[in-house]
Structures are given as C-alpha cells and as structure tokens.
Ligand binder design. Structure first.
Ligand code: FES
Length: 91
C-alpha cells in the first residue's frame, strides 16, 4: 500500500504516519490514537480502527485477534443529540 494513502479519513492520518509511530515503538491502537487522533473523528474509528490494527499486526507479527482493539467511548454509535435531551422519548 502507498504510504501517502489516508487511513483515517476523519483526522486525515496517512499510512506513513501510522508506520512511523509503530517504528518508534507505539504498538497499540490507543497509543497511536493518542499521538495521531486516529479513531477520534466523527465515526469514532469505524472507518480506520480495523486498518490500523491490521497495520500493527503486519508490522509486529502479533496476530490480529491477539491485539487490544482499544478503548471505545459511548456513544459507540452516532446518535442525534436531541435523543439525549428528550426524556422518555425515542429509543
Ligand atoms: S476514519 Fe478514523 S475516526 Fe473516522
């Protein structure tokens, strides 16, 4: 894959930036998230988390299923703000 390709579209983080983090020793999703803001955009990582984890797996040799997927913060799914303000309405 081309190093210039954007992996996190929300925060405009490229594959090269992610690879440099991993080369510098940051090998968890949360560490890379704190450094580059991947997973902190409006989609909350739904567009990039899996790709970043695959890159960590490829670079470190740790199987994907053994990697910590990182911290998820609510709401895990985007919801309209009005749902938080309307007591007893909606689902
Ligand atoms: S694509 Fe990375 S946070 Fe949305």
């Amino acid at each position: 894959m081309d190093d210039d390709i954007i992996i996190c579209r929300c925060e405009e983080v490229t594959l090269e930036e992610i690879r440099k983090c991993i080369e510098a020793g940051y090998a968890t999703f949360d560490e890379i998230k704190r450094l580059l803001r991947v997973g902190m955009g409006p989609c909350q990582g739904r567009g990039c988390r899996e790709i970043v984890l695959r890159e960590i797996s490829r670079a470190t040799g740790v199987p994907l299923e053994k990697l910590n997927p990182g911290t998820f913060r609510p709401p895990a799914k985007p919801i309209p703000l009005r749902l938080l303000t309307e007591e007893g309405e909606g689902d």
